[in-house]
Design a protein around this ligand. Structure first.
Ligand SMILES: [Zn+2]
Length: 209
């Protein structure tokens, strides 16, 4: 039987790294090339362990690499369509509502738009509005949900900040501002449990303890 992936532009390679969950060798990486506006080539990747079923989806930008902050001011409904590439190592913030999404086991990479980022925060605040352990926190989450609703409808401007110590994340809009992160800023950021790097010799995987 042939693997259906053989017929598609998906590439499947073996990684020289043990599985971060079960330690088995022979991790596979399936990747698909993307052509992103303003950024050029990128890879959408899924790392798989055939032994235990571990999966890790990510995005790698081939052009970047240095620690970078992208900031974009969403001023109107049109800006809600600006694309956002968030690798698993990026921290995403919407400072107006003190919303932060940090790298972690449950925080996957995505390619979306600025509205899609708001939807993800809406899910998080919706959970908090129902489940936070004090009434004050539940009310604060409800207030954030009201403002998120206004932002999603294009009635309230907001800012999206994307900070990635591996430079694999970006906001794809001509008005987005990209700037290097200082060493001090990089040290403050979480990096996630499992990261991939593109090197001239090929992709490398690294699992943090
Ligand atoms: Zn495994």
């Amino acid at each position: 039987m042939t693997d259906p992936l053989d017929a598609s532009p998906v590439r499947d390679v073996a990684l020289d790294a043990p599985c971060p969950v079960c330690g088995a060798g022979g991790l596979r990486m399936r990747s698909m090339a993307l052509d992103l506006p303003y950024f050029g080539d990128a890879l959408q990747t899924t790392v798989l362990c055939l032994d235990c079923g571990f999966r890790h989806a990510d995005v790698l930008l081939t052009r970047e690499g240095a620690p970078t902050r992208h900031t974009f001011r969403v001023g109107d409904a049109k800006d809600l369509r600006a694309r956002v590439v968030r690798s698993s190592s990026a921290t995403v913030r919407v400072p107006e509502i003190r919303a932060v999404m940090e790298p972690g086991p449950r925080s996957e990479a995505f390619i979306s738009n600025t509205e899609g980022v708001l939807h993800r925060f809406r899910d998080i605040f919706g959970f908090l509005a129902r489940n936070a352990n004090t009434g004050r926190r539940r009310h604060a989450a409800e207030r954030s949900l009201d403002r998120l609703a206004a932002m999603i409808e294009g009635r309230e401007p907001f800012t999206i900040v994307l900070e990635d110590p591996f430079g694999n994340s970006a906001i794809l809009h001509e008005d987005a501002v990209a700037e290097p992160l200082s060493d001090k800023e990089v040290r403050r950021l979480k990096t996630g449990v499992f990261t991939l790097e593109l090197r001239p010799s090929g992709p490398r995987a690294r699992a943090s303890p």
